[in-house]
Structures are given as structure tokens and as C-alpha cells.
Design a protein around this ligand. Structure first.
Ligand code: NAP
Length: 294
């Protein structure tokens, strides 16, 4: 089968990513033809929003109906789906797991299907409208690896979504995915910690979010514009061990659980502080204050 714009695309798993990616592909004119999910309600949700897309009962039904099937279930379920469907030769079967290679799809490859891994370096959390899904993919990097016709088709799909494809060696995919988690989930964890300090001070979580978001947004925007080395601010990169010490002291009384995280982040900031010209003696004082060696 030649890769053309007419490839019919199906989804197995209408969750956070399945919904977002399907809506975005529909938004750029791709033929999203069928969807199934664990529950009918999830499949219906997606089918109702995409013209020409049918909610089907099973993954097998989607495999019968489509040239290319994205398995967008939770990571732990991908191999089961790959193993239980009867795939056709040359049909495309793709997962979107960041850390895993196409090995997860070995049963499909053994049946003669072409297999691929296509992971967007993007979050699809809290998305509901098709234009929003399409916007979210603009400029996004996709890690793509694939066999047969998918090797050309998936990068072109990434480009049609306004993104670009990179190749990550299989053994480095977990490292690539660790970078995604640091850019996304752990940013949320960090801001959750920041907001919790507001509730510790007696404010509501909403007050904390209202206070934290302009600061966090401006920081992200400054990093996007100038890179972390120029955008970073704060006591660690000013070489201000006295303020770090005051933070550690108050955290030990009010939020002891955050101490290890705060110490590690201070230590992780030292290379940025060195880059800003903080003298070695001040860096050593910071390292001692944060509890690191020497
Ligand atoms: N979330 C993101 O932003 C993001 C970003 C990049 C990559 N990914 C990748 O995308 C994939 C999906 O993640 P997700 O975050 O979208 O997960 P999710 O929100 O939990 O959605 C998974 C969906 O799969 C369905 N499902 C579960 N078991 C199934 C089965 N046995 N057969 C058919 N459908 C089944 C569930 O259906 P019901 O709703 O019907 O119960 C659920 O809607 C993963 O490989 C993940 O690594 C996610």
C-alpha cells in the first residue's frame, strides 16, 4: 500500500491522547474513520466530534475498518491489544508510548503489518475542542520510528500537524521520555508543591494557583525566548546561601516533606549559577548549605 492522504486512520483507546490526536488529525483533513475503546461512551465521545468517524465495538473491528491503527490505550495494555487482534499484512499499527520501542508491537509485525512508534513531546491533558487539539500540536517534536511505508508516512503526518519528527535510538527512548516527564508531569508536581505552601500559609489552593501562575508562565516564556541559562533567577543562581538557608529552616518547620526536593533543586541549579559567574567559593557555600558534598 502506498502512503497517501487517503489512508484511513483508526484509534483503539479514546482517552486523553487518543482524543487529542484524533481531533488534531481530523483538523488537518486526515481520514479518521473509526474508534473503539474499553467503554462505548469514550468511543462515542470521539465519534460524535469527527465527521465520518464511526464508534465500533472492538479493536478488531477498527483493524478491519482502517489502513492504519493507533493503539492509544495505557502503555500497559498496548502489547495485549497488539497480541489479540488479527492484523493484515502491510496494515499500519502504531503506538504512542514515549519510552517503548516498536518491540511492543511484535505480534503485529509477525502478522506482516508495518509497525511504528510515534510519540508527541506534548501533553494532551484538559483538551476538549478540535481546534485546541490542533493548536497544541503546532511546533511539537515527535519521536518516530517505523517500518515499511510508515517510515515515510509517520514523519509526514507529524509535519502535517505542524510538528517535526526526530529519530531516537531504541535504547535511548526511556531517556527521551524522562526528558518529557521533566518538561511536563514534574513541572506540575513542582507547582503543586509551590501551591501547597500557600495553603500552609492559610490561603486557599485557588489563591495559590492565582499567585503562582503568572510567575510560572513568565518563567516558561522567558525560557522559551532566551533559554534556561538567561531566564533563571532566584537565590541559588545569585549565590545567596543565606536565603537558601532561611528557606530550608522554614521548610523544616512547615513542610518538611519538601526539604529533599528543595535541596536537590538547589544543587541542580549550581551549574546555572556557575554560568552566571557566581564565584567558586559561593558555589561551595551553596553546596554545603543544600547538604551536598564538599
Ligand atoms: N496523556 C498524554 O498527554 C500523552 C502524551 C504523550 C503520549 N501519551 C501516550 O498515549 C497513550 C495513551 O495515554 P493516555 O494518557 O491517553 O491514557 P488514558 O487517558 O488513560 O486513555 C487510555 C484510554 O484507553 C482505553 N482503554 C483502556 N484499556 C483498553 C483496552 N483494553 N482496549 C481498548 N481501550 C482501552 C481507556 O478507555 P475508556 O475511556 O473507554 O475506559 C482510555 O480512554 C499511552 O501510550 C501514553 O504513553 C500520552
Amino acid at each position: 500500500m502506498l502512503p497517501t492522504d487517503d489512508v484511513s486512520i483508526g484509534f483503539v483507546g479514546a482517552g486523553t491522547l487518543g482524543r487529542g490526536l484524533a481531533l488534531a488529525l481530523d483538523g488537518v483533513g486526515r481520514d479518521v474513520a473509526a474508534v473503539s475503546s474499553r467503554t462505548r461512551a469514550s468511543a462515542d465521545w470521539l465519534a460524535e466530534r469527527i465527521d465520518g468517524c464511526t464508534a465500533l465495538d472492538t479493536a478488531q473491528d477498527v483493524a478491519h475498518a482502517c489502513d492504519l491503527v493507533f493503539i492509544t490505550t495505557p502503555d500497559a495494555v498496548i502489547a495485549d491489544v497488539a497480541a489479540t487482534v488479527n492484523w493484515r499484512p502491510v496494515q499500519g499499527v502504531v503506538h504512542c508510548c514515549g519510552a517503548a520501542s516498536t518491540e511492543l508491537l511484535t505480534p503485529a509485525a509477525d502478522a506482516g503489518a508495518e509497525v511504528g512508534a510515534m510519540h508527541p513531546f506534548q501533553t494532551f491533558a484538559v483538551l476538549s475542542e478540535p481546534p485546541e487539539a490542533a493548536r497544541r500540536l503546532s511546533g511539537v517534536t515527535f519521536a518516530v520510528s517505523a517500518t515499511g511505508w510508515l517510515a515515510d508516512y509517520l514523519p509526514s503526518l507529524a509535519e502535517s500537524l505542524g510538528g517535526s519528527a526526530v529519530t531516537i535510538p531504541d535504547e535511548l527512548r526511556p531517556l527521551y521520555h524522562a526528558s518529557a516527564v521533566l518538561s511536563c508531569g514534574y513541572v506540575a508536581t513542582l507547582l503543586d508543591a509551590a501551591v501547597n505552601l500557600w495553603t500552609t500559609m492559610g490561603f486557599s489552593a485557588e489563591d495559590g494557583i492565582r499567585a503562582a501562575m503568572p510567575l510560572a508562565r513568565a518563567t516558561i516564556e522567558a525560557i522559551a525566548a532566551a533559554g534556561p541559562a538567561d531566564a533563571v533567577t532566584g537565590p541559588a543562581v545569585r549565590g545567596d546561601a543565606a536565603t537558601i538557608s532561611a528557606h530550608l529552616e522554614v521548610l523544616s518547620r512547615h513542610a518538611e516533606n519538601l526539604l529533599p526536593l528543595y535541596r536537590e533543586l538547589t544543587l541542580a541549579s549550581l551549574p546555572l549559577a556557575r554560568g552566571k559567574g557566581v564565584p567558586e567559593a559561593d558555589l561551595a557555600r551553596l553546596r554545603r548549605t543544600a547538604g551536598g558534598a564538599g
